[in-house]
Design a protein around this ligand. Structure first.
Ligand SMILES: N[C@@H](CCC[C@H](N)C(=O)O)C(=O)O
Length: 308
C-alpha cells in the first residue's frame, strides 16, 4: 500500500500532510514511522520523497507531526477537518503552525483565500496570502479546568515554581507552561523541560515554553520575545510552536507587561511569528510553505495491543 503526502513547514515546525481520504488504518503507527528524524520521510533527488527508498542519512527529514486533513470544498469559505497526530502517536487538540499549514494546503486545493478549519479546540478562521497565513486562535485560558491543572486546583497557576522552574500555565488550544528568563539561549531545555512537561500539576502534560523579552522590537512590532519550546508529543524542542507563541503573548499580557492591542513579534529558532489580540481572542501570523510532495511506500497496519 502506498499513500501520497505533502511536506509543509510553518516557521520551521514541519508536518507530513495527508489527505484524510488516503487509507491509513493506524494513524498513530503511521505518525511514529514517518515523523522519525532518522528513518522517517526522506528526501530523494529532485525534491520527491519516498518513505523507504533512500538510505543516505543526510537526506532524512522526519517531521514534528502528521496532519490528516479532510477537505469539505462545497462550503463557502471551504472547510477542512484537521487532526494532528504527533511523533509519539498521540493526538493534539490544536497546533498553531500546523493549522497555518493546513489552511495553506486547503487554499492551494480550492483557490480560496479564506478557509475554516475544524480542530478539536474549535473552528478557526484562516486568511491566506502569498507568503503568510493568519489564523484565529481563540481566547487563551488560565482557568484550572481549561489548562488543565490537577483536579483539586481552584486557582490559576501563575508565576509558581514547578520542578524548579517558575512558570505560568495557560491553554492556547493546548496546555503550555510558560517561563520568562533573561536569555532563552542559556536554557538547557532537554535538562529542565521534561520534568515540567510531566509534572503532577499538569495531568494531561504540558508543552514547556521559555521566553525572553528583546530589548528592541522591529518589523512594526510593539514588543518582541525570543522563544524556545519543548513540545509534548514530540518530546523535544521544535523550531517553532504557534500555540507557544500565543502563550507567551497571553502571559505577558496578563502580567501587564504589554498593552491589550500590542502587536507582538515572537522569534523561535525557525523565524518570526506575529501575535495580535482582538479583545481576548488571539490571532497568529507567519509563513507556511509546501516543501515537497511524495509517496510513502508502506502504510503500517493496526497492531494488536500485544504487538505494540
Ligand atoms: N507545534 C504546535 C503545537 C502542537 C501540539 C503540542 N505538541 C501538544 O501536544 O500540545 C503549534 O504550533 O502550536
Amino acid at each position: 500500500m502506498s499513500i501520497e503526502f505533502e511536506k509543509f513547514h510553518g516557521t520551521g515546525n514541519d508536518f507530513v500532510v495527508v489527505d484524510a481520504d488516503e487509507y491509513v488504518p493506524d494513524r498513530g503507527a503511521f505518525a511514529r514511522e514517518v515523523c522519525d528524524r532518522r528513518d522517517g520521510v526522506r528526501l530523494t533527488d529532485g525534491g520527491a520523497a519516498d518513505g523507504g527508498a533512500t538510505t543516505a542519512p543526510t537526506d532524512s527529514v522526519g517531521a514534528d507531526g502528521a496532519l490528516f486533513l479532510a477537505l469539505e470544498p462545497k462550503f463557502s469559505p471551504p472547510r477542512a477537518v484537521m487532526t494532528l497526530v504527533q511523533p509519539d502517536g498521540s493526538t493534539a487538540a490544536m497546533c498553531g503552525n500546523g493549522a497555518r499549514c493546513a489552511a495553506k494546503w486547503a487554499a492551494e486545493r480550492t483557490g480560496a483565500d479564506t478557509v475554516m478549519l475544524d480542530t478539536q479546540a474549535g473552528t478557526r478562521r484562516a486568511e491566506i496570502s502569498d507568503d503568510e497565513v493568519t489564523i484565529e486562535m481563540g481566547a487563551p485560558s488560565f482557568a484550572p479546568g481549561d489548562v488543565p491543572l490537577a483536579p483539586d486546583r481552584e486557582q490559576p497557576l501563575v508565576e509558581e515554581t514547578v520542578e524548579g522552574v517558575e512558570v505560568t500555565a495557560v491553554n492556547t488550544g493546548v496546555p503550555h507552561a510558560v517561563a520568562f528568563v533573561e536569555d532563552v539561549d542559556e536554557v538547557d531545555l532537554d535538562a529542565v523541560a521534561p520534568a515540567v512537561r510531566h509534572a503532577d500539576a499538569f495531568p494531561e502534560g504540558a508543552n514547556v515554553t521559555f521566553a525572553s523579552r528583546r530589548s528592541e522590537a522591529g518589523d512594526g512590532d510593539t514588543v518582541a520575545f525570543d522563544q524556545r519550546t519543548y513540545e509534548r508529543g514530540v518530546e523535544g524542542e521544535t523550531s517553532a510552536c504557534g500555540t507557544g507563541a500565543v502563550a507567551i503573548a497571553a502571559v505577558a499580557r496578563r502580567a501587564g507587561e504589554i498593552d491589550g492591542d500590542a502587536s507582538v513579534g515572537v522569534f523561535p529558532p525557525g523565524g518570526r511569528l506575529g501575535v495580535t489580540f482582538r479583545g481576548e481572542r488571539a490571532s497568529l501570523t507567519g509563513p507556511a510553505e509546501r516543501e515537497f510532495t511524495g509517496e510513502i511506500s508502506s502504510t503500517p497496519e493496526p497492531r494488536r495491543v500485544s504487538e505494540a
